[in-house]
Design a protein around this ligand. Structure first.
Ligand code: BTN
Length: 247
């Protein structure tokens, strides 16, 4: 291990592109390391643990024993709306988890659930230089094994029971799936997210810029969630958060 990390190369499906994967034992946060490194080239930062894993809305992400990775993308590598990046990552994780036999579903927009429990969170961030977006960082955290979750997560978080070999297989499948999703048509990403949604057709509570309660009815063209409120209006959520718990 040199400078705290080893470098592997992931050859993609085209047989030509080799993406460097910088593998650390421990980092503060793979997204933070990605920011320090910069997004000039496609690369992956992978860590076995994080001391300051970050989630959406300023939350911490519990980061022991699972898979923690960030994909670095220069802006020109993204051929569709940045809003769909989180959905593309959700497709990759959901499919990779289903391939190894778990009934995974996507909880709009950035969580993967198995048996109703969150096993994965996704945090996509834009990197700016002045007024321009120079690229994106897509962070993915997957809970593995029997984590000692803090009390506030014990009711909602889950983990996949995988060996070290299973973890490596899942990591590779997620990365391959993500790079494949980058070349998919937005309509294909949305149709996968629709088919494997944990929320469509259900009553949801939504928080953030818009707040209310209603039925999740469909995904919008750019990956937003359309909710028919109890008042009869349809609102398109493009951020914030939803909850399936109505109590
Ligand atoms: C969420 O559930 O709110 C998103 C969690 C994202 C966690 C991943 S773990 C790898 C990457 N590095 C981070 O600090 N966060 C993301």
């Amino acid at each position: 291990m040199e400078n705290g990390f080893t470098t592997q190369r992931l050859t993609l499906g085209d047989g030509r592109t080799a993406v460097p994967v910088y593998h650390y034992r421990k980092l503060d946060s793979t997204n933070a390391e990605a920011k320090r490194r910069g997004v000039a080239d496609i690369a992956v930062i992978l860590a076995d643990g994080q001391t300051a894993g970050r989630g959406r809305l300023g939350r911490q992400f519990f980061s022991e024993g699972g898979i923690y990775l960030s994909i670095l993308l220069p802006a020109e590598a993204l051929l569709y709306s940045p809003m769909l990046l989180t959905s593309a990552a959700a497709v990759a994780v959901c499919e990779a988890v289903r391939e190894i036999g778990f009934d995974a579903e996507i909880k709009w927009v950035n969580d993967i659930l198995v048996d109703g429990r969150k096993v994965c969170g996704i945090l996509a961030e834009a990197v700016s230089e002045g007024d321009n977006i120079s690229g994106y960082i897509v962070g993915i955290g997957i809970n593995i094994g029997t984590p000692d979750f803090p009390k506030e997560l014990s009711e909602i978080a889950g983990a996949l029971p995988l060996s070290e070999k299973g973890k490596r297989t899942l990591t590779e499948a997620v990365l391959r799936g993500f790079f494949a999703a980058l070349t998919k048509a937005p309509a294909d990403i949305l149709s996968y997210c629709t088919a494997h949604s944990a929320v469509l057709g259900k009553r949801v509570r939504f928080f953030g810029a818009k707040e209310g309660v209603g039925q999740a009815v469909r995904l919008s063209e750019d990956g937003g969630l359309a909710v028919m409120t109890d008042g009869g209006d349809t609102v398109i959520l493009t951020g914030g958060e939803i909850s399936l718990r109505m109590d």
